[in-house]
Ligand binder design. Structure first.
Ligand SMILES: [Zn+2]
Length: 357
């Protein structure tokens, strides 16, 4: 094993801690952009990191060199001295070799993306095959319950069809079907399967697909009704970076048109059903600066959840958009409502009145 391999074995959690960074549950405040809530995630199984706020990515070596403002060469020497037992054997033997280390040859250092990285073709294929398998499954109690739930939330058949929301009717069949067609590695890398090779949407049968240029680039699962114990309301793909929901609509906007930015996909769907132009962030904690470019010609209205995270995100987003010279404002929900969809469902009357049943 060479020195680089040794260094790449060091836990990124350990490195971050030793650098004095405040890590909690693999997350920390990103040192590469200004923020109040932690959006940089450390991945111990690959010893890498990714910031959901600014898209900065790298491994232990990059993190160390950036924080300490050292060249890669000096970083490797310092980390060797600090972490690698018997480092002397390397330094005496390979002193001349070290300066020739090329950054691009360092395993796992991926170039920082100036633009949003396109989703890999194989991942879109996996997501779309998953959708096709689910759509081919015959309807059952679960899918009926899902449909009724969506209608109680005020969605029309047209909206559900337009946004191509679907349900997993038979989990085992969906999982089996995907394993027949794709390799374990591809399924895990797509984020749809976990390290134990299980389809991640076990408790989240309602699937919201995120499309870009007509292709599925992301999937979000949701529970039907209130979340069961130990599960969140939503399940996001593992290790895949979030993208905007309904972003394709931004290509069709007119200059100065009002575009609503919501938190949840359902809020966005609800506003579109009401004739508005809307996109959603998926969660209040994530906004990538490169997304701001998509909003350059329009009037943005932030219409986020009525909670601490939503208010904080709106403050931060207003700052970012103003910084980029994009016209923006915010709309606050009346105190009694949690999110846009709640508000609309209540405001427009019962679903019987809407003629949904
Ligand atoms: Zn960042």
């Amino acid at each position: 094993m060479n020195l680089l391999d040794e260094i790449n074995q060091i836990s990124i959690l350990q490195v971050a801690e030793d650098l004095g960074l405040d890590v909690s549950r693999h997350r920390m405040i990103c040192p590469f952009h200004e923020e109040d809530t932690p959006s940089l995630v450390l991945y111990p199984h690959t010893n890498s990191f990714y910031c959901f706020g600014c898209a900065k990515t790298g491994n232990s070596i990059t993190l160390y060199s950036e924080i300490k403002q050292l060249t890669i060469k000096d970083t490797i020497r310092e980390m060797g001295e600090e972490y690698v037992v018997g480092f002397q054997k390397y330094s005496s033997k390979s002193k001349k070799k070290l300066p020739t280390v090329n950054v691009l040859n360092v395993p796992e250092i991926r170039k920082v993306q100036a633009k949003e990285k396109p989703v890999e073709e194989i991942h879109s294929q996996i997501y779309e095959t998953f959708r096709d398998i689910c759509l081919q499954q015959s309807s059952n109690e679960l899918s009926q319950a899902t449909l009724i739930y969506l209608k109680t939330r005020g969605f029309t058949d047209k909206t559900l069809k337009d946004f191509r929301v679907f349900a997993i009717k038979d989990y085992a069949d969906a999982s089996w079907g995907l394993k027949q067609r794709f390799s374990t590695l591809d399924l895990q890398e797509s984020g749809l399967f976990n390290e134990r090779n299980n389809l991640i949407f076990y408790a989240h049968p309602l699937i919201i697909p995120y499309y870009r240029n007509g292709r599925i680039v992301y999937l979000q699962g949701r529970v039907v009704g209130p979340p069961p114990e130990k599960h969140g309301r939503y399940q996001f793909l593992h290790n895949q970076s979030l993208t905007l929901f309904n972003a394709d609509i931004l290509e069709k906007t007119k200059i100065n048109e009002t575009v609503y930015v919501t938190e949840g996909a359902f809020d966005c769907m609800r506003l579109v059903q009401d004739g508005k132009v809307a996109v959603s962030l998926g969660t209040a904690n994530v906004f990538k600066r490169e997304w701001a470019k998509l909003f350059q010609r329009v009037n943005v209205v932030f219409y986020l959840d009525n909670d601490k995270a939503g208010h904080r995100a709106a403050d931060e987003l207003e700052k970012i958009f103003t910084h980029f010279g994009i016209s923006c404002s915010r709309k606050n929900l009346p105190a009694a409502y949690k999110d846009v969809n709640d508000y609309y469902t209540d405001k427009l009357g019962s679903n019987e009145q809407l003629g949904l049943f």
